[in-house]
Design a binder for this molecule. Sequence first.
Ligand code: DC
Length: 229
Amino acid sequence: MITIAIDGYSSSGKSTMAKQLAKEIGYVYVDSGAMYRATTLFAIRNGMTDEASKEVDRDALVRNLPHINISFSLQPDGTQHTLLNGEDVESEIRGMFVSSWVSPVAVIPEVRHYLVGLQQQYGKEKGIVMDGRDIGTTVFPDAEMKVFVDASPEVRAKRRFDELAAKGVAADYEEVLANIKERDHIDTTRKESPLRKADDAFVLDNDRMTREQQMDVLLNLYKKIITRG
Ligand code: DC
């Protein structure tokens, strides 16, 4: 068994891909973004985010990190839900409110160190597919298989827009595109482990690929690495 790191931009489809790959090869899947989201929810619920100033009370959050317990539970339908101190928060962490606070929480170095430590624990036994922004560079720099998913902001915005429309959420394409570009900027320019391709990562540009084609590429890469030993 090996360790598989999948990194990439927001809405690049990397989570769907990582989940499907894990299922195909019988590995554990860990969504590292969900961990940043659950930590953000903890901060919001405990009054550590200030709407007026748009600031996070860093000291309070850092002091409380030992009280943040994040785990995952497998549902009967095969999906995975995120638990915060034992409570299922899966739908709450996907909402717009948590999304709007997650970037300022994810830039706090102590938060990153804490979550990276937990992520490394999950990966100790290998046989894991983890997706995120810094998995191939910081969490598992020795991962045998690293993939960097790339797609243009326009294609990602269109996908996100269609996803929202399918959920019946009215959205403006230009607004979605602006939000994607802003998140790209924050993710790639933050000081602590910014999003960047690991030197030894395989680049998957999925602008013009179907899900099936992407999965074929990933499975072939996996088989090649496994047989190489
Ligand atoms: O993948 P996602 O959109 O659920 O991630 C939520 C946020 O967490 C996103 O703004 C970037 C941040 N994140 C991170 O900084 N490092 C990771 N390994 C995963 C996510």
